[in-house]
Design a protein around this ligand. Structure first.
Ligand code: SAM
Length: 277
């Protein structure tokens, strides 16, 4: 069995040991709730080596010592480096069909939606497009959109995407909600201000107490983020989500997330769609 200080890779730019991995694993768990399993060595090495280069450290041990003693703003960079931000427009399309059905059935009112792991923005803009198609572009709805990762939130707030990543956005939606780039921006599309005004972005760490939310939400999207947390952390987050939702509010979760054992909080209403108890 490998000891903590055994060198696992010395042919790489930086020496890599089990102890480096264990320290990073403990730190990201503490700061973001993310549970890294042993299959993640290569990913962690590659992502944190970039931070060593950016901060001028020549070993993981030096970088981690410095981070723990004087990290400051580097903590955010460390977290940003270790999050996985995969997302796309209208991902898990059945959720948007259900959202549309619900909003048509509920009719015009001040719809409040929280997108709690918004990543680079494709998810909240897909929600906003769906809402605008039912209620009109000046309809009453707002999509509060948060993530722990400040870098992806900057991309989200910019609202500029490659057309090739927008295959699930229909031609009609592209015309209605985006401006196509020309010249140097050819191949890109920018979210129109009329849609963007319904969406706001802010940092929120799901594992921290005291979420900066003042609203009670009709609908919460918490998709493909709970998979990174252990069962105890998931339970705590579900209990907090429950507290910020209106009675009978709807919770959308990711395709591989199952909270059927949280029966006192949420009841399953459809495929990965829960209703607040
Ligand atoms: C795989 S993406 C999912 C994005 C989107 N919800 C979707 O389903 O397409 C997971 C997102 O969760 C965010 N995340 C990870 N840990 C978090 C935490 N503790 N609090 C808030 N967001 C977190 C990551 O930064 C990342 O953007």
């Amino acid at each position: 069995m490998a000891t903590d200080d055994e060198v696992l890779a010395s042919d790489r730019e930086f020496t890599w040991t089990n102890s480096d991995f264990s320290r990073i694993k403990a730190l990201i768990y503490k700061h973001a709730g993310i549970s890294l399993h042993d299959g993640k060595h290569a990913m962690v090495y590659s992502r944190i080596s970039r931070r060593l280069r950016a901060t001028g450290h020549s070993s993981f041990r030096d970088y981690l010592d410095w981070l723990e003693q004087t990290g400051g703003a580097e903590w955010q960079e460390f977290v940003n480096a270790l999050t996985t931000n995969l997302t796309s427009f209208f991902r898990e399309g059945h959720h948007f069909t259900e959202l549309e059905r619900m909003v048509r059935a509920g009719g015009p009112r001040d719809w409040k939606i929280w997108c709690s792991a918004a990543s680079t923005g494709e998810e909240p803009y897909s929600i906003a497009m769906t809402m605008a198609e039912v209620l009109g572009i000046n309809g009453q709805f707002r999509v509060w959109s948060s993530d722990i990762d400040t870098k992806v939130l900057q991309t989200a707030a910019r609202g500029v995407y490659k057309l090739e990543s927008m295959k699930n956005v229909s031609t009609a939606q592209l015309q209605k909600f985006f401006l196509k780039g020309k010249g140097n921006s050819a191949g890109m599309a920018r979210v129109k201000p009329e849609l963007q005004k319904h969406v706001e972005f802010f940092t929120l760490n799901l594992i921290e107490e005291g979420w900066p939310l003042k609203e009670q939400f009709d609908i919460v999207f918490c998709r493909n983020v709970m998979i990174y947390f252990d069962a105890a952390t998931q339970r705590q987050i579900l209990a907090r989500i429950h507290r910020v939702m209106k009675p009978q509010g709807t919770l959308f979760v990711g395709h591989s997330e199952n909270f059927s054992d949280a029966r006192t909080l949420f009841t399953l209403r459809g495929k990965t769609v829960y209703e607040k108890v």
